[in-house]
Design a protein around this ligand. Structure first.
Ligand SMILES: NC(=O)C1=CN([C@@H]2O[C@H](COP(=O)(O)OP(=O)(O)OC[C@H]3O[C@@H](n4cnc5c(N)ncnc54)[C@H](OP(=O)(O)O)[C@@H]3O)[C@@H](O)[C@H]2O)C=CC1
Ligand SMILES: O=C(O)CCC(=O)C(=O)O
Ligand SMILES: [Mg+2]
Length: 408
């Protein structure tokens, strides 16, 4: 049988019945969670469509496995495959702290211009939580995925480049240079945030809110301090709402309201530190979140903790224009657990369910949600949930995957 590829035409994804889908196994716990996830995804598709549809998996290399086999961390063939097959999925990849290679995860997002990092945060009944009413937390984060401090424009203390930057600041912006407390020993990072980058991200959040009949989009920023990056993000977000969606002032502004096809979406904003306390105190007031790259990173893990932790926090990196998408868990490689068949495969499984929804294979995705909910209800779970639940049965990573399949 010849290979079937996902394509896009006029903004609509065409998914054949047997699409080839590239996957990266991932470093660390990738060896544990990926096989469990693949089994769950294949079982859900088989059960939903009785063999009429299936995924043809194509392994592509990145990270330690790639380096060991090819001497490269991110072989060009891997990027080519994600371009060619349009949609893929990946396990986590290691990024050293303080030196060494830059993040391969970030590189993939930037190379393929996957500008929206979409991370839904919902509570599955019975999941252990540190808050009294976890069901009130139901948010979808749209994190800008290509700009901000993640652009990686950094200058290491004491290097020629850092000295050049110091000289440039001193001669061109002397007043600003005076604010550098210890210039000789300062490292620097640049934070590019653009109008186009903000518009496309906020647009995807607003469009999602209308598609999913959600009632608000909140712009989360630290614009009081970083006026021309985070503050501009807020301003450009509101401008987009007005200029592209005909938003009107809500209760005198600055909040906006958009009315379309009988549905209303409020566009509002909140400063990031206040938001981090409000997600604990008043979570029901937030639905779709549009934010910058670094805020989105922090917010993802903080929100995940409320509904069960990063063992069950899925995500997608999407370019809504090209159709390119790579689905991946919010968590990392959790190296201390690597190869122990121990951790929760829930995040990558739910990322896979998001991928099936992206294909339009909702029936298969629903089977995964059903299987997961039933496994949690039966208290047959991995260590992260078991340690917080009374009377639960401890399952291995692979056993939890099998349990989901059994309960579909
Ligand atoms: N997209 C990606 O590929 C990402 C990669 N990374 C990279 O991963 C590496 C490790 O990062 P680190 O900061 O330790 O963060 P991790 O997300 O890898 O792990 C932090 C902690 O989260 C919990 N955890 C993570 N995954 C699971 C799971 N599947 N099931 C249950 N619990 C889980 C564990 O908590 P506990 O100890 O309480 O059991 C773990 O110790 C770094 O190199 C980092 O750069 C990080 C984030 C995303
Ligand atoms: O790339 C990394 O190592 C970290 C990425 C990350 O934390 C995230 O995407 O949430
Ligand atoms: Mg993160």
């Amino acid at each position: 049988m010849s290979e079937q590829k996902i394509t896009i035409s006029n903004g609509v994804l065409n998914v054949p019945n047997n699409p080839t889908v590239p996957f990266i196994e991932g470093d660390g716990i990738g060896v544990d969670i990926w096989p469990a996830a693949q089994k769950v995804l294949d079982s859900a598709v088989e059960k939903a469509y009785s063999g009429a549809k299936s995924i043809v998996w194509k392994e592509v290399l990145a990270g330690e496995k790639a380096f060991n086999q090819t001497g490269e961390w991110m072989p060009a063939a891997t990027l080519d495959a994600f371009r060619e097959y349009l949609v893929g999925i990946k396990g986590p990849l290691t990024t050293p702290v303080g030196g060494g290679i830059r993040s391969l995860n970030v590189a993939l997002r930037q190379e393929l211009d996957l500008y929206a990092c979409v991370r839904p945060v919902r509570w599955f009944e019975g999941t252990p939580s540190p808050v009294k009413e976890p069901g009130l937390t139901d948010m979808v984060i749209f994190r800008e995925n290509t700009e901000d401090i993640y652009a990686g424009i950094e200058f290491e203390k004491g290097t020629e480049d850092a000295k050049k930057l110091n000289d440039f600041l001193k001669s061109t912006f002397p007043k600003k240079f005076e604010k550098v407390r210890f210039p000789e020993t300062a490292g620097y990072g640049l934070k590019p945030v653009s109008e186009e980058g903000t518009h496309r991200l906020v647009k995807s959040a607003i469009d999602y809110a209308f598609e999913q009949k959600r009632d608000s989009v909140t712009l989360v920023h630290k614009g009081n301090i970083m006026k021309y990056t985070e503050g501009a993000f807020k301003t450009w977000g509101y401008e987009l709402a007005k200029n592209s969606y005909g938003a009107k002032d809500y209760e005198g502004g600055p909040w906006q309201i958009i009315e379309k096809d009988g549905h209303q979406v409020i566009i509002k904003d909140v400063i990031a530190d206040a938001f981090l306390q409000q997600i604990l105190l008043r979570p029901a007031e937030y639905s779709v979140i549009a934010t910058l790259n670094l805020n989105g990173d922090y917010i993802s893990d903080a929100l995940a903790a409320i509904v069960g932790g990063i063992g069950i926090a899925p995500g997608a990196n999407i370019n809504y224009l090209s159709g390119n998408a790579i689905f991946e868990a919010t968590h990392g490689t959790a190296p201390k657990y690597a190869g122990q068949d121990k951790v929760n495969p829930g995040s990558v499984i739910l990322s896979g369910a998001m991928m099936l929804e992206y294909f339009g294979w909702q029936e298969a995705a629903n089977l995964i949600y059903k299987g997961l909910e039933a496994s949690i209800a039966k208290k047959r779970v991995t260590y992260d949930f078991e340690r917080l639940m009374d009377g639960a049965t401890l399952l291995k990573c692979s056993e939890f995957g099998d349990e989901i399949v059994k309960n579909m």
